[in-house]
Design a protein around this ligand. Structure first.
Ligand SMILES: [Fe+2]
Length: 437
């Protein structure tokens, strides 16, 4: 149906009064208010996803209606002269129809390679008469032996996404506008296959999703259990094209992968496929892969992103399987930072965490962080492992790495500094943690 035909269909429908009864439905009301649930020719849900080498490549994902002809990406090195639009590179999108429930759209993706490191690019997606705006993003610097990286980390958005999570991602972006990466540690939404919630997640982030490369890992809420077994959201791998350098297991596609960016290896793990793995083989493949990725790691710093925390913020919220499988590996290879979600509270600890199978006074040197960015909150209690714990607060984090120094800051949704520490790396020694607040 072309645009004019659709318009006349809509006006007929309105005249017939057909839309009036559905205006009372909250979901439909959102659509009527302009929330981008209904895909059109104009691209929406534009998001940059991380690649294994963000200094030379980027992946762009977006959605449009199933009536849309082939879409493309136009891109070029950014230029303040608006005339740049006349001389750009063009790449055809890979378009995949997406049909689920009442949804009938097209998901598009393009990975652009051979980009110049540390360079600002302009791009837009769509087709003639149906373009997105021009977005800008910067490629990472070439990987060097000395780390230098700034990024944002967000815990569960999950609930209150549009009304209350929006202010958090926006404040985070305002605090660190040149972040080279935004990390989401799972439970982006509450109901894995609910299009309204994904619409809210994209609306809340808006152009931030399209301007800063994103690295996300799924949480338990990105899974459904229709037949009693966990199934990853039908949206996940359709709307996010994530690196394919993970284990050879379809159950781990789009959730286990890594990237090397400016001296930092960032690894996404899938703890749902440990806590609720349908078979031991799946756990074994993830664990074996993690060993390899850490053994062959030539980056100065190592950061793991996963959903279920190794240590929780309340007794009884224990992820024993994840801890037993992963903690010894983090210890063995000296992972520096583990960014987690799931507990709907804030906590971090290092100095009271001992080495697995080590002496009582042995210390691992790994900082474990739990955080939450959405509005769902759980109670906490004093936990032996935690140096800092906080509850009923929406929080975002910025991380700055400069050579052997990592500066971690946790801010409240209001922008007030809530927690801060430095982590100092010295060769052959355990990391030293310095409290800054
Ligand atoms: Fe969770």
């Amino acid at each position: 149906m072309n645009k004019i035909a659709r318009r006349s269909f809509l006006s007929r429908t309105i005249k017939m009064g057909v839309l009036l009864p559905v205006m009372a439905s909250p979901a439909k009301l959102l659509a009527a208010n302009g929330n981008d649930q209904i895909a059109t020719d104009i691209p929406d849900r534009v998001i940059l996803t991380i690649t294994p080498d963000p200094s030379t490549s980027i992946t762009i994902n977006w959605r449009n209606s199933n009536q849309t002809e082939a879409s493309i990406v136009e891109y070029t090195i950014a230029d303040a002269h608006p005339e740049f639009v006349a001389n750009v590179n063009k790449v055809n999108a890979t378009a995949k129809p997406f049909k689920y429930d009442k949804i009938n759209t097209v998901n598009n993706r393009v990975t652009i390679s051979n980009l110049t490191p540390d360079t600002l690019y302009d791009y837009r997606v769509g087709k003639e008469n149906a373009w997105s705006e021009w977005f800008q993003f910067r490629t990472a610097k070439s990987n060097t032996a000395t780390a230098k990286l700034s990024f944002i980390y967000l815990g569960d958005a999950q609930v209150g996404i549009k009304p209350l999570w929006s202010r958090v991602i926006r404040k985070a972006y305002a605090t660190m506008p040149d972040a080279q990466l935004i990390i989401h540690a799972g439970d982006l939404v509450n109901r894995a296959n609910e299009d309204n919630e994904w619409a809210d997640w994209f609306a809340a982030g808006g152009y931030i999703h399209a301007s800063t490369p994103t690295l996300m890992t799924p949480g338990n809420h990105e899974y459904t259990h229709e037949d009693g077994k966990p199934h990853l959201s039908v949206f996940w791998n359709e709307q996010f094209a994530l690196p394919t350098n993970g284990p050879d297991d379809t159950l781990l596609k789009g959730s286990c992968y890594y990237t090397d960016i400016q001296g930092v290896r960032i690894i996404s793990l899938n703890t749902q496929m440990i806590e609720e793995a349908p078979n031991e083989g799946c756990i074994g493949r993830q664990v074996a892969w993690l060993h390899q990725v850490l053994k062959q790691n030539n980056q100065q710093w190592t950061c793991v992103v996963m959903h279920h925390p190794i240590y929780s913020t309340k007794k009884g919220r224990d992820n024993k399987k994840a801890r037993e499988h992963l903690k010894p590996i983090f210890d063995q290879y000296g992972v520096d930072l583990v960014l987690q979600g799931h507990d709907h509270a804030y906590a971090r600890g290092m100095n009271k965490v001992s080495l697995t199978n080590g002496a009582a006074d042995s210390r691992s040197g790994t900082v474990y962080v739990v955080s939450v960015s959405g509005s769902k909150m759980y109670e906490t209690e004093p936990m032996e492992w935690a140096d800092v714990i906080g509850s009923h607060l929406q929080v975002y984090q910025t991380i700055n790495i400069d050579n052997n120094m990592l500066s971690f800051k946790a801010y409240l949704a209001t922008g007030e500094l809530f927690d801060a520490f430095d982590l100092v790396k010295a060769k052959g020694k355990q990391n030293e943690l310095i409290n800054k607040k």
